[in-house]
Design a protein around this ligand. Structure first.
Ligand SMILES: NC(=O)c1ccc[n+]([C@@H]2O[C@H](COP(=O)([O-])OP(=O)(O)OC[C@H]3O[C@@H](n4cnc5c(N)ncnc54)[C@H](O)[C@@H]3O)[C@@H](O)[C@H]2O)c1
Length: 292
């Protein structure tokens, strides 16, 4: 017999905890969720991360569908199978890769966009323009399904991040460091947006990307409101970069707009020293603190 059972959860970053996952498991057990059920997660990226992780481990995996309701969740969070919760020692520290059986990506299901939600979503869409399909650089939210399709294309080549999928991490080495030094006071999208332009600059410093291409990237990203967190300090950021990548200073770099440098199939490389310092000099000059 078919039936549907509704459970409301408060979304946002605060729902991505081990405690909330435990509560959800107990609720599912009470409601007798089993492998004949389909769990349908409807919400933003944070809620989908929680529901996806719980679905992945409950009875060692129950059927799962995502219905993203924010731009970030539609173009990024619902695609690719990564899920997880935060831990006191860092973001997304506990999780799995577990692919949903379906994603209902409906532009009409997206909540009215706040300026921050729009920026965060566009930053992820434009990132796809930088590493994969140049046509996506600078587009607006009306092209969200195209951006989602671009991410799926990359995943079809490399679902488990053995090589090519790493290009999706462009902007994230600097971005994660900014999130960490701000105590997660800056949104992931804003951090990755700053990280993307800075890592594009690093690509110039390494002699991979032409200055004219980088200038174009910089002009496009200037349309987004971005600023370094007031707590930003260079030394702490460099330390966070090393910590994030377990001591390595690993970056995805660009060869041109729409193409990440392949580095023999690794799609990332070690960069430290002067080139990194020069890119950070530029970042600090460009993105002086914004009041968050
Ligand atoms: N797993 C992945 O691959 C992946 C990729 C990108 C981002 N993420 C994660 O996604 C999160 C950011 O996602 P986001 O930008 O969507 O922010 P979010 O999930 O925090 O949602 C933003 C706000 O919108 C509200 N909201 C969303 N949908 C709603 C609905 N249907 N009804 C009422 N309120 C609703 C949320 O409660 C929250 O306050 C981060 O935790 C990030 O780590 C994961």
């Amino acid at each position: 017999m078919w039936g549907a059972d509704l459970l409301s959860i408060e979304g946002g970053e605060g729902c991505k905890t081990r405690e909330k996952k435990g509560e959800l498991e107990e609720e599912w057990a009470r409601r007798k969720v089993d492998k004949r059920c389909v769990v349908i997660g409807v919400g933003g990226g944070a809620l989908l991360d929680l529901v996806g992780f719980t679905a992945a481990t409950f009875l060692r995996g129950v059927p799962l569908i995502y219905v993203p309701t924010t731009l970030v969740a539609l173009v990024d969070g619902s695609i690719g199978g990564k899920n997880g919760v935060n831990a006191p020692w860092g973001k997304n520290q506990i999780g799995t890769i577990y692919f949903p059986d379906a994603v209902v990506a409906d532009r009409e299901a997206i909540l009215p966009l706040s300026p921050a939600g729009r920026r965060d979503g566009l930053a992820e869409m434009w990132k796809m323009g930088l590493v994969w399909d140049e046509r996506l650089l600078g587009v607006d939210e009306s092209e969200c399904l195209e951006a989602a399709a671009a991410k799926i294309e990359v995943l079809q080549h490399d679902p488990y991040e053995k090589g090519l999928r790493r290009i999706l991490n462009f902007g994230h080495t600097v971005g994660h460091a900014l999130e960490a030094v701000s105590g997660y006071g800056i949104s992931h999208g804003e951090a990755v947006a700053i990280g993307a332009v800075t890592e594009a600059k690093l690509s110039v410093e390494k002699g991979l990307l032409a200055s004219a291409e980088w200038e174009k990237i910089r002009q496009v990203y200037r349309r987004l409101p971005m600023g370094l967190p007031p707590s930003y300090r260079r030394e702490a950021a460099i330390e966070a970069i090393g910590r994030d990548k377990k001591g390595a200073f690993r970056f995805v770099l660009l060869e041109k707009i729409g193409k990440a440098a392949p580095f023999g199939g690794a799609y990332c490389t070690e960069v430290r020293g002067e080139a990194l310092e020069r890119a950070l000099d530029w970042m600090e000059g460009e993105f002086g603190a914004l009041d968050h």
